[in-house]
Design a protein around this ligand. Structure first.
Ligand code: AMP
Ligand code: GLY
Length: 423
């Protein structure tokens, strides 16, 4: 089979590596992919948002199956366009991807169907939002409605900070159209858990849980990033929590999307907070998480392509989705300055013995040399029988990958280890 994966990050690299395990797969194209994937896929210089070119390429190459991974093309209707040309795809259609594309949509969905989440108000007028903030409980959370590269959320510790965030988004155009409308919501406390789930609209099968580390610095300091590392499974996600999530959140979300005429088929990402009142939804994503995927897929024992195709064909109920009971840890090595300004173009050295453990996120080939080309450069993943071993192995790999100006958090998995010890 000839496959096509849309996207270019470490998550896409992890998806491609897993898809390759299926003996039916003869070739995988990555659009656009990145220079660090060249042993696993044929990279094609077509951007993930260039839907007309993606569709032309798929038709010309007679692609048998397409996997659309990033949020932008999903929200923009890449799956709709490919399906329109008869190309089967993994990923939700645009009408369902709105669950991530609009926070106002997702909050109103949860309210309508009684799915637990933070209390909230929505605003499309800056003055009304500022008026509301005069009496809102502090701390409060201000969120841009649309996609904002994971940066559209401000946790405001004071009324001034909240007002500034609202003004920047709604008047200052900080996130463009995405910030014209905002959600202001209750600040929740508790450990966070990411759960990715396969769903075909009829059946929903959660993957192993994971823990992201969103802040740039050790001990959760510094700016929010796309994610600096992950471990799986997440020790806060006990069997009792998982059962509650299935009953109170996952299945009701699938049913709610069906009831709205927006059947969700693909990978639905639940960003959860385990509060003292039970699990609540912090956010939905319409796609695999990055870098959650880099720890979840290495633990998947069933065949990824078979599962994806079962989702497309709405046969997920009859398909096994099995995970090993091992642990995984992914340490991201990033360029100094990320998530703000950073330099690119430094030679990137990934020694051969660790190459199959390194997912390349931000790299390019320049005259045959691999160089850095992004903020998050590589994700170094290890699997082991215990969490301490997985963490140690992941850091050993990370320490063998070299480029100028590299940094990584040194505490990935620390909180998870503490939680295991206290369990
Ligand atoms: P999001 O992009 O919605 O996942 O938000 C980014 C991060 O902000 C989350 O991972 C949480 O750590 C934090 N966050 C979002 N919403 C809330 C909330 N209502 N209360 C506390 N923290 C939040
Ligand atoms: N790691 C968080 C996300 O993928 O949205």
């Amino acid at each position: 089979m000839k496959l096509m994966v849309i996207g270019s990050g470490g998550r896409e690299h992890a998806v491609i590596r897993k898809l390759k395990e299926n003996p039916k797969v003869k070739q995988i194209f990555a659009l656009p992919g990145n220079g660090g994937m060249k042993n696993d896929a044929v990279c094609v210089d077509i951007g993930a948002k260039d839907i007309p070119k993606i569709v032309d390429f798929a038709a010309k190459e007679k692609i048998d199956y397409a996997v659309v991974t990033p949020d932008d093309p999903l929200v923009l209707g890449c799956v709709d366009a490919l399906e329109g040309k008869g190309i089967p795809c993994f990923g939700p259609r645009s009408e369902a991807a709105v669950i991530e594309g609009s926070k106002i949509f997702s909050k109103q969905l949860m309210k309508k169907y009684g799915i637990p989440t933070a209390r909230f108000e929505c605003f499309d007028n800056c003055d009304d939002a500022l008026e509301y903030l005069k009496t809102a409980p502090i701390p409060t959370v201000v969120k841009a409605d649309g996609l904002a590269l994971g940066k559209g959320v401000i946790i405001a510790q004071t009324r001034d900070e909240a007002e500034e965030a609202v003004r920047e988004m709604m008047r200052g155009g900080k996130f463009g159209k995405s910030g014209e409308r905002v959600v202001i919501e209750e600040f929740l406390e508790g450990p966070e858990v990411s759960v990715l789930a396969f769903t075909d609209g009829t059946s929903l099968k959660p993957m192993v849980s994971s823990m992201d580390h969103k802040r740039a610095g050790d001990n959760d300091t510094g700016l929010n990033t796309g994610g600096m590392g992950t471990v799986a499974p997440n020790p806060y996600y006990t069997k009792a929590v998982a059962d509650r999530c299935m009953k109170e959140i996952f299945l009701p979300t699938m049913a709610a999307m069906n009831a709205e005429g927006r059947k969700f088929k693909g990978c639905l990402y639940f960003g959860l907070m385990i509060t003292k009142d039970g699990p609540k939804v912090i956010e939905y994503n319409c796609r695999f998480g990055d870098p959650e995927t880099q720890v979840v897929l290495p633990l998947l024992e069933s065949d990824l392509l078979d599962i994806m195709m079962a989702v497309t064909e709405e046969k997920l109920a009859d398909t096994e989705v099995k995970f090993s009971d091992k642990y995984a840890c992914c340490v991201i090595k990033a360029s100094k300055g990320y998530p703000e300004h950073y330099e690119k173009g430094f030679p990137l050295e990934i020694p051969k013995p660790v190459r199959d453990k390194v997912y390349v996120a931000g790299a390019a080939l320049k005259f045959g040399t691999l160089v850095t080309n992004g903020g998050r450069v590589v994700g170094c993943t290890a699997v082991a029988d215990t969490l301490p071993e997985a963490i140690e192995k992941a850091y050993k790999i990370a320490d063998q990958v070299h480029f100028d100006n590299a940094f990584c958090r040194r505490d990935i998995g620390k909180r998870a280890l503490q939680a295991l010890e206290n369990a």
